[in-house]
Design a protein around this ligand. Structure first.
Ligand SMILES: [Fe+2]
Length: 183
């Protein structure tokens, strides 16, 4: 299997009546055979976000969470479907209240699981395991749009505009810590 084939299947799903459910079905099939998906996506050597496909109505990312990585709460303002093919992604969910965001549960996402989030979801992500957490993330829009919604400080929950550069720095810091730990 090649990445082009994966993208073609996801693009076709995105034209279905209910794109997010059709995309979820494709991800279910892909993560049911994690070694095939892993070889299509290539070897994992560090954490980060690699765009595989990016248009105004569909974004596909290869996401690798470094051990120890914690990403503060954020929103995407579009549906999202996350297919895990290695490791475990810990998701915590939040809801907006007049006094800011409040925790509202969580979900541990092991290899083989697919998580669907609605367009009003707010979540934070952590990899607390000592192995990379690897996933295919699909979004029903332009993930990198300039007006990408909000993120919230991990400690104070103070709201601010989403900042992909800040996210990138978090990955770099986590990669450096993990590399140092591995010697
Ligand atoms: Fe997210």
């Amino acid at each position: 299997m090649e990445i082009d084939e994966i993208i073609a299947r996801l693009e076709a799903a995105n034209t279905e009546h209910t794109p997010v459910l059709a995309v979820r079905d494709v991800l279910d099939e892909l993560v049911a055979d994690p070694s095939t998906l892993a070889s299509a996506l290539g070897p994992v050597e560090r954490g980060g976000i690699t765009p595989l496909h990016h248009t105004s109505d569909l974004t596909v990312l290869h996401v690798v969470w470094t051990p120890g990585m914690v990403l503060y709460p954020h929103e995407h303002q579009m549906w999202a479907a996350i297919g895990m093919y290695g490791g475990v992604e810990d998701n915590a969910f939040f809801r907006r209240t007049p006094d800011g965001i409040q925790p509202s549960g969580g979900k541990e996402l092991p290899q083989g699981d697919v998580l669907v989030m609605g367009d009003d979801a707010i979540h934070s992500v952590a990899n607390t395991r000592r192995q990379y957490a690897t996933a295919l993330h699909v979004y029903g829009g332009d993930f990198f749009a300039a007006d990408g919604g909000s993120e919230w400080d991990a400690d104070t929950f103070e709201e601010r505009p989403r900042d992909m550069e800040r996210t990138g720095r978090l990955f770099e810091e986590a990669n450096a810590r993990w590399a140092a730990e591995q010697g």
